[in-house]
Design a protein around this ligand. Sequence first.
Ligand SMILES: Cc1cc2nc3c(=O)[nH]c(=O)nc-3n(C[C@H](O)[C@H](O)[C@H](O)COP(=O)(O)OP(=O)(O)OC[C@H]3O[C@@H](n4cnc5c(N)ncnc54)[C@H](O)[C@@H]3O)c2cc1C
Ligand SMILES: NC(=O)c1ccc[n+]([C@@H]2O[C@H](COP(=O)([O-])OP(=O)(O)OC[C@H]3O[C@@H](n4cnc5c(N)ncnc54)[C@H](OP(=O)(O)O)[C@@H]3O)[C@@H](O)[C@H]2O)c1
Length: 447
Amino acid sequence: MKYVRLSASTILTSVVSLSGDILTDWNAKNPYTSTITENHILTGNGSKKETRHIVFDLGKSGLNYKAGDALGVIPVTSSELVDDVLGALGVDADQIVETHVGDVSLREALSLHYEIHQATKKFITNLGSKFNSGDSQIEIRLVKRTRSSTSSGLETEQWSWSGDADDYPSNYSPTSTIIDPAHELWNKLTQDEKSMEDYLWGRDYIDVLSDFGHLGITGQEFVDSLGRLKPRLYSIASSPDFEAGTVHLTVAIVRYEGQGRSKTGLTTGYLADRISVGDGVEVFMSPTRSFILPEDGANDIIMVGPGTGIAPFRAFLQQRKVDESKGRNWLFFGDWTKDGEFLYREEIESYVEDGTIDRLDLAWSREGPSKVYVQHLMEENGAEIWNWIDNGGYFYVCGDKNRMARDVHSTLIQICSQHGGMSDEDAKHYVERTLMKDEKRYLRDVY
Ligand SMILES: Cc1cc2nc3c(=O)[nH]c(=O)nc-3n(C[C@H](O)[C@H](O)[C@H](O)COP(=O)(O)OP(=O)(O)OC[C@H]3O[C@@H](n4cnc5c(N)ncnc54)[C@H](O)[C@@H]3O)c2cc1C
Ligand SMILES: NC(=O)c1ccc[n+]([C@@H]2O[C@H](COP(=O)([O-])OP(=O)(O)OC[C@H]3O[C@@H](n4cnc5c(N)ncnc54)[C@H](OP(=O)(O)O)[C@@H]3O)[C@@H](O)[C@H]2O)c1
């Protein structure tokens, strides 16, 4: 069975204006069902990455946004995964369970309201009650034995269990019980943080139930141990004035192998594999108050956005073009290779040609013998970057938080120190206090 969300709240809280438009306060709890009008792969044929351009129609929703905002997407879990997990649990899919959204069928709970594509520590920990009840000992019994040699080396012995409780082969003392291996595994996982982390990495509930499914977990117990399904945010890659009535996203699809099976991220798998043009997807706006274009279009902007970090900068460029902003635009983009992962290549090149982009620096990390990253190109252009910033320019970063944004941050401090004639300490204060907090000219959208 395929689930399509159509929340009662959507219907109940919508009001229709005199012009026939539906007006409402759409939000995460009352999302708008947007129709997908485009969904194609941006990465090249030979690329090992799958980054998609997805367009959402805002219809008559009355939804508004500005360049820099993000879109919240509410995913639906794959029906195959739901079926397989229900099968592994061995319970009735139609039974009613209590959830944070009220009483619903177990199938609906797993499809729409909880995350089952990645197992959690809470679920494993909660299994403790199953072992404490004394069920962890399992009885074993020898049913067949074949001995190919005896002490004299001449005889062989075959033995099969007759079915009588006291039937054992010669010289055999029966051990009636052993500890359930699942209990030993559970002890290890709950006593050692690293083992738990390693075990959970890449495992969904089909994997976990293959180790623990025999413990007799009820549908309600299962649901009570799951994490609630959370929407995912995506930086909007369009300007509402340039791409009227639509929202564009740039989505890197998460695909990996786990326990011998192909898996996807919940939302990216949904958008890539289960949603086609014409389908409805529940969305809501997540406006930003900080990651915004300068009020005065005459200010220069520097944008650093490798990978999917390009998304809000496509929106910024479209907006600056529509606004005919006088300030200069400098884009640092990068990814693996120019042929495979130059996202929005034609558009970016046309912006260079028509003067919307004043400077473009491209960092390809997997083309030459050594990695070229955006911050390496920033270093090469340190004096010019300092000039733009010293002249009132804005500095924006979007994309990977843990590696890229961290390194770009230290490179910016280094540039301010070297070219702005500051000590390392003063440059750090200038970037982290003056630019970031006081003047709000160093803005980040990192994840
Ligand atoms: C403000 C903001 C803006 C964002 N903008 C964008 C954007 O423009 N484009 C974009 O693509 N994303 C963006 N993201 C990230 C996005 O929200 C999601 O986090 C991302 O798409 C993954 O979601 P998912 O549901 O598909 O994956 P999930 O189901 O959340 O799975 C991701 C998890 O899968 C696991 N995993 C990943 N790889 C492996 C592996 N090899 N082996 C085992 N496990 C693995 C990891 O635990 C990882 O955390 C943004 C995030 C924020 C907060
Ligand atoms: N926080 C997160 O969970 C997070 C954030 C961003 C992306 N991702 C995931 O990563 C996948 C691809 O994301 P993406 O397409 O946006 O690309 P990405 O992984 O951010 O990579 C874009 C470019 O940045 C380079 N890079 C890697 N480390 C860097 C560093 N320290 N400094 C500067 N550049 C660096 C990459 O090079 P190399 O790969 O060649 O090193 C690549 O050329 C997706 O599955 C996405 O979900 C996760």
